[in-house]
Structures are given as structure tokens and as C-alpha cells.
Design a protein around this ligand. Structure first.
Ligand code: TXA
Ligand code: MG
Length: 370
């Protein structure tokens, strides 16, 4: 069966989405962060369809999405929101923030994967909110990518990964934030960001009670996770296109020679990789633009030895919210363009840059500092 894509502008499409959700199906929906693969969070059969469609590891718990504080309370033990979260909720919900809460028996084990806690988010996207409201139940929704792939920020990304595996995708255009929500565990002392995301560390730290906020932003995979477990999802290789990703990061943030160094590192790496017997016929480049420089989304050139080269721009350097919005789209576009290698520029970890660098480090198999 083909997956149907319908535009959110159309009331019939929204009604259709609600109908599928009420029938216990898993469907693609827009949120302000990334597209979600949503199903009734209180129905374990519906939830199992999420895991099946995206081939998600069974031990990676899901985020539950609500559309009101009443709905939030209705799924908590004794209907009580822990006090530590009241100021963050007041300031940053609805929005790109997920909080870790005690799980009640209403939440199926498949959502929490047996953890005593549940992750909850109140999205700001108007269509996501009205879908949840119309359903009258919360929606469990991971990012709507095939497990391990870059997160989807366009309906066409969801279609590419999940066509034939889900009945319906609601097209809400491109996601405004572009990276997933920040996952905050306020039940720990001190509170900790388990996954940097759309809501910045700088903003969260300013909230009363969050003065000692910690960040787990390391590239947790395998043994590293065992030493410092944070959020289960962070242990898997993630956000990776098919092509090998090489992250070229800067040692010095204000290096005026960075462009030359980037270029040289790229040529060196291509040569090193060719010397291992790998054929490199096309490379992709994902970079930032400078303020004042004209943004050109796509540029085709050639490297030496007839290697084709496709360059894309993620956003202006110094505007990490733009880079966040363009990063996954850029990785996916390059992957669709049959490049053998992707070279991506590292940015400063300020603001949304923390989430961007977290995702790029996980996507990259090689990181070079120049
Ligand atoms: O922006 C987002 O958060 C998107 C949109 C669709 O809302 N959703 C999303 O879901 O990114 P997903 O499944 O790709 O990531 C969920 C993250 C994982 O890292 C998972 O380990 C963590 O949340 N998580 C879920 N439940 C948890 C829990 N009880 N304790 C700690 N981490 C949890
Ligand atoms: Mg995900």
C-alpha cells in the first residue's frame, strides 16, 4: 500500500489524520521541531506500529505529546506535576522542550521501555496541537525517520523513509526549528539536559530552579554510554546519511584562515580515502555562509581529477537557529544526490549550535580539527 500525503491547509486532511489516529494507526505529522511518527500513546497496539514502521530498537523509549496541562496531569501519578517543572513549563511550553516525569500505569511499557519515567512534550505547532486535541488522547511520537537516518524536516523526507509502511502523512511544510526537542531531566539533582535540542541551554539555565543545569552533550555510543548513561536514544549511531560523513571542525573559532584549512583538509581526506581503494567520484559539502555573503543553496563544481562536487549551505554562521533549520535537510539532500562523501563544517556550540554539533558528531564517522 502507498502512503498518502495530504496538505495541512486542507481541513479534510486534518480530519483524515484524526481518523487514522483514532483507529490506532501510526501516521506522519508535522511539529515545530521535526516530523513525528505519531500514534495513540495509551494504546500499546498503536505504539507497536511506530516501532515496526521505523525499525526502532525496542529499548529506546518514546516521547508522549500533549496539547494541554490538563492532559499532562491526566497521565501523571496522582495527576501531580512535580514542582521543579512549574517554572520551565510556564516559560517554555508549548515548545521544543521535553521533560522527564514519573510514569503512571496508564502509559504502556512499550512507550517507556520499562523505565519508571516517561518523556512528555507539549508542541507549539498549531496543527500538532489541534490533532492531539481532536483525538482527546496524547500521541507518542518519535522523529518520523527510518531509525538511524537524519530526522525529517519535510513531509517528503518522511515519505522517502516510510512510504508503504504507514498509511498517511500530513504535510505541514518545513519544520521551523529543524532539530529535535531538548530533553530535560529535572528529577535529577542537579537537573540535566539529556539531549540538547531546539530550546537552548542558555535559555533553560535562566529559569528559576535551573541555575545548576548540567549538559550531557557527549557523543555517547556503546562503552561511553555504559560509563555515563543519559537518555537511551543517545547510544545508537544516529542521524547518518548513507554517505560517510566527515566533520571538519575549527580549533579556533575566530580563525580567518578557516576556509583555506577546510579546503585543504577536504582534499587531504579525499586522497587518503582514495588510497584505501575507495572510489570517490562525487563529494558533497555542507557549509555555513557569512553575513552579507549571498546565500546560494546549491553549487556544482569539480575538484581535481574530475571529482564532482556539490556544495550546500545550511544557514549563516553566527545564526545557529538557521543552521539548525538547514542541517538535516542538507544532509538528506546530499545523500539523495549520490555523493560518496559528505564534508560538513563544524559551528560554535553556542545556543542552537549545541544541538547542531551533537547531531553532527553522531552523524560523522571522522572528525578533523583544523
Ligand atoms: O522534537 C522531538 O522531540 C521529536 C518530535 C517528533 O516531537 N521527537 C523525537 O523523538 O525526537 P525521538 O524518539 O527521536 O527521541 C526521543 C528521545 C530519545 O533520545 C529517548 O531516549 C528519549 O527521548 N527518552 C524518551 N523517554 C525517555 C525517558 N523516560 N528517560 C530518558 N530519555 C527518554
Ligand atoms: Mg529520533
Amino acid at each position: 500500500a502507498k502512503s498518502m500525503i495530504s496538505n495541512q491547509q486542507d481541513q479534510e486532511a486534518i480530519d483524515k489524520a484524526v481518523e487514522f489516529l483514532k483507529q490506532g494507526e501510526a501516521i506522519g505529522i508535522p511539529t515545530e521541531t521535526v516530523y513525528g511518527l505519531a500514534a495513540n500513546a495509551l494504546d500499546k497496539n498503536a505504539v507497536s506500529k511506530i516501532f515496526a514502521a521505523k525499525n526502532r530498537p525496542q529499548d529506546n523509549p518514546l516521547i508522549v505529546h500533549v496539547s494541554s496541562i490538563e492532559m499532562l496531569k491526566s497521565i501523571l501519578p496522582n495527576n501531580v506535576v512535580p514542582e521543579v517543572y512549574l517554572p520551565v513549563i510556564r516559560q517554555h511550553w508549548p515548545g521544543p522542550l521535553t521533560i522527564i516525569l514519573p510514569a503512571s500505569s496508564l502509559i504502556p511499557i512499550s512507550v517507556t521501555c520499562g523505565h519508571p519515567t516517561v518523556a512528555v512534550r507539549f508542541p507549539s505547532h498549531p496543527v500538532a496541537r489541534s490533532l492531539i486535541e481532536a483525538c482527546g488522547f496524547p500521541l507518542a511520537a518519535p522523529s518520523a525517520n527510518s531509525s538511524g537516518k537524519p530526522s525529517p524536516t519535510l513531509a517528503s523526507h518522511v515519505y522517502h523513509d516510510l512510504q508503504g509502511r504507514i498509511p498517511f502523512i500530513l504535510d505541514g511544510g518545513s519544520c521551523n526549528v529543524g532539530v529535535e526537542s531538548t530533553v530535560l531531566d529535572g528529577l535529577r539533582n542537579p537537573p540535566a539536559i539529556l539531549r540538547p535540542g531546539g530550546l537552548t541551554y542558555e535559555l533553560l539555565k535562566n529559569v528559576p530552579g535551573m541555575e545548576k543545569l548540567q549538559v550531557y552533550k557527549k557523543h555517547f555510543v556503546d562503552t561511553e554510554l555504559e560509563q555515563a548513561p543519559t537518555t537511551p536514544g543517545m547510544k545508537y549511531r544516529h542521524y547518518s546519511p548513507e554517505a560517510k560523513v566527515i566533520l571538519i571542525d575549527r580549533k579556533n573559532e575566530l580563525d580567518s584562515k578557516f576556509n583555506d584549512k577546510f579546503e585543504r583538509a577536504l582534499r587531504d581526506q579525499v586522497e587518503i580515502i582514495q588510497n584505501t581503494g575507495v572510489i570517490v567520484s562525487k563529494v558533497g559539502i555542507l557549509r555555513t555562509t557569512q553575513d552579507g555573503e549571498t546565500a546560494i543553496w546549491e553549487t556544482n563544481t569539480t575538484l581535481s581529477n574530475n571529482i564532482k562536487c556539490l556544495s550546500l549551505q545550511m544557514g549563516r554562521s553566527g545564526h545557529p537557529e538557521e543552521v539548525a533549520r538547514g542541517m538535516f535537510k542538507g544532509l538528506r539532500h546530499l545523500d539523495q544526490s549520490d555523493v560518496d562523501l559528505i564534508f560538513v563544517e563544524g559551528i560554535s556550540e553556542d545556543r542552537e549550535g549545541m544541538a547542531v554539533m551533537n547531531r553532527l558528531r553522531k552523524a560523522a564517522s571522522i572528525t578533523i580539527e583544523v
